[in-house]
Write a protein that binds this ligand. Structure first.
Ligand code: MN
Length: 241
């Protein structure tokens, strides 16, 4: 099978996804976003080892589901690319993945409390986020998903959920498009802030499963409006050649 280069507009959108996630405070020097190759089965696009706020077109590399580069590159890969490869392997419905250490989700991850949808913007959380305990898979570790084995364990914990909280580390969200997964990463963080703010005020009425699904479906139709705003907010961006 000959390797087809990914469409240039998808590469551009992935560069913008990186820049948006940094601009919105979801990723910092670390964290990453990927998307499936539209025509090559078992291949996905992810930046090389670059801070998301600095990613350019030439940094985007294609990897297979074993985490090996299949396009020409001399750059180092992200250590945690196995988060992406193993979720794509386990979840054929997933088209895009964001991994971040966005701070407001950490209190939930370390207390084993799920994020649950407090408002319509986070209906994608459904009945709640999943939880990953790396100690069960690896004993004491540096907390990173640095192998296919750990990626597989994370994907197993994610199950059918759209969001998995990683104890002592961060979170990973999945979606059916690049724009949708960026939206979900942003609103997982917003939901965490709001859920924390409501804590102690009284019993929280979360969206129930049907409300969550209806709200999620409704919001999916509105994502281009937010995406256009996030891109415009970036102003002039040098995304390279
Ligand atoms: Mn990480």
């Amino acid at each position: 099978m000959t390797f087809e280069a990914p469409p240039s507009d998808l590469v551009d959108r992935l560069v913008y996804a990186n820049r948006i996630l940094y601009d919105q405070g979801i990723v910092d020097g670390l964290g990453h976003v990927s998307v499936r190759h539209p025509t090559q089965d078992g291949v996905f696009l992810l930046s090389c080892n670059r801070a998301p706020g600095l990613v350019k077109r030439q940094d985007i590399v294609c990897y297979d589901l074993d985490g090996n580069a299949v396009s020409q590159t001399t750059e180092r890969p992200y250590l945690e690319r196995f988060i992406h490869s193993e979720i794509y392997r386990a979840r054929p419905d997933v088209v895009a993945v964001v991994h971040s250490h966005s701070p407001s989700v950490i209190p939930f991850a370390i207390t084993h409390n799920p994020l649950k949808p407090v408002f319509h913007m986070s209906g994608f959380l459904g009945s709640g986020s999943a939880h990953f305990e790396i100690r069960e898979a690896a004993g004491n570790s540096d907390m990173l998903i640095r192998s296919a084995y750990l990626g597989e364990a994370l994907a197993k914990s994610l199950g059918k959920h759209n969001c998995v909280l990683m104890r002592g580390h961060g979170s990973t969200v999945v979606g059916t498009s690049l724009e949708q997964v960026v939206y979900r990463a942003i609103y997982a963080e917003v939901n965490a802030k709001l859920q924390l703010a409501a804590n102690g005020l009284g019993e929280i009425s979360f969206l129930n499963e049907e409300e969550a699904q209806l709200a999620s479906d409704m919001n999916d139709g509105q994502i281009p409006r937010s995406w256009n705003l996030w891109v415009t907010r970036l102003g002039q961006v040098d995304i390279g050649n």
